[in-house]
Design a binder for this molecule. Structure first.
Ligand code: TA6
Length: 299
């Protein structure tokens, strides 16, 4: 569907507009009474979320390529149907294929309170069958209002059960990583990097002083990102997830990430709602599962 048709069928005057975005990728601009958001149809990826009068809460890499076949580095990448490397075939794309597919617009709405909703869908096709042999219907529902709410819904449309892992891999913009502390994870067990033993977080606040790739297990708690240089912390809530990942690549790893500026690690932190490790999702034929995250600017 070209942009003209997209706008004719799903556009809503003053609220939902489809444009040719960066790299020529079809992109939706969502204007609600409360906030503005930009969503790329490639990957069903939220690229930015700016509540009225506030900065963009999401981080986007200045080196992101916006090119089909490559992931977009920033915003909220959708990882599905696996999180991280594929368990048995490292040649398959990291974090699954959802962020590398062009999603279809399933609909858009404006609610009475001014919230704007965009629904994007993806179902199995030749490319997904080559990577994962199951029949599915996935939907990403993005609600832009006083908060940003994103749901990844997956239905098993086939005749056999399947198991998948997934994530809403949110990148948050921060003034400087040295100003940041994250609350909500005290006492929660986590695995650090490749460690095989977990340990509980002792501190009330997690401060990032080195490369961090922490996989917190058995937690559905909200996290709050405090930034000493920015008034109003960001609350990150989630649904349908028992794993939270906190990631910052720090200096050396950032240099090895081609689509991240060397200094990019200083202005971002990922706090991710995940189903993985002991928390994978198994769906029987006809069953549906929702993973959701809500991002709230606290003022
Ligand atoms: O969620 C953390 C993580 O899995 C890290 O291990 C790191 O690789 C990151 O995601 C980014 O992955 P990407 O494939 O987007 O480079």
């Amino acid at each position: 569907m070209n942009l003209q048709e997209l706008n004719r069928i799903n556009g809503i005057a003053g609220a939902v507009e489809f444009i040719e975005g960066r790299g020529g990728l079809p992109t939706a601009i969502l204007h609600s009474t409360h906030a503005e958001a930009v969503v790329c149809l490639y990957g069903a990826q939220v690229l930015s979320y700016s509540p009225k009068g506030l900065r963009d809460l999401l981080w986007m890499s200045g080196n992101s390529e916006f090119q089909q076949g490559k992931p977009i580095r920033g915003g909220i990448p959708v990882c599905f149907p696996w999180f991280g490397p594929h368990v048995s075939d490292p040649k398959k794309p990291q974090h699954g294929f959802a962020r590398l597919q062009l999603w279809t617009v399933a609909g858009a709405s404006v609610y009475a309170d001014g919230t704007v909703e965009l629904r994007l869908s993806l179902s199995d096709n030749e490319e997904t069958h080559a990577l994962w042999p199951y029949a599915f219907a996935a939907e990403v529902v993005i609600r832009v209002g006083t908060d940003l709410d994103v749901t990844l819904r997956c239905t098993n449309t086939g005749t056999e059960a399947f198991t998948y892992t997934d994530a809403l891999h949110s990148y948050f913009a921060v003034s400087d990583i040295g100003n940041v502390k994250i609350s909500g994870l005290q006492g929660t067990e986590y695995y650090f990097g490749t460690a095989t033993d977990s340990q509980p977080q002792q501190e009330e606040h997690l401060k990032i002083r080195q490369e961090e790739n922490r996989r917190y297990i058995e937690t559905s708690a909200d996290c709050v990102i405090h930034d000493a240089a920015v008034p109003g912390p960001i609350r990150v809530a989630k649904r349908g997830s028992r794993v939270t990942v906190v990631w910052n690549p720090w200096k050396e790893t950032a240099k090895q990430i081609s689509d991240m500026p060397d200094e990019g690690y200083k202005t971002m932190i990922c706090v991710e709602a995940v189903n993985a490790y002991g928390d994978a999702v198994t769906l029987q034929p006809g069953a549906t599962f929702n993973l959701g995250t809500t991002i709230i600017a606290m003022q």
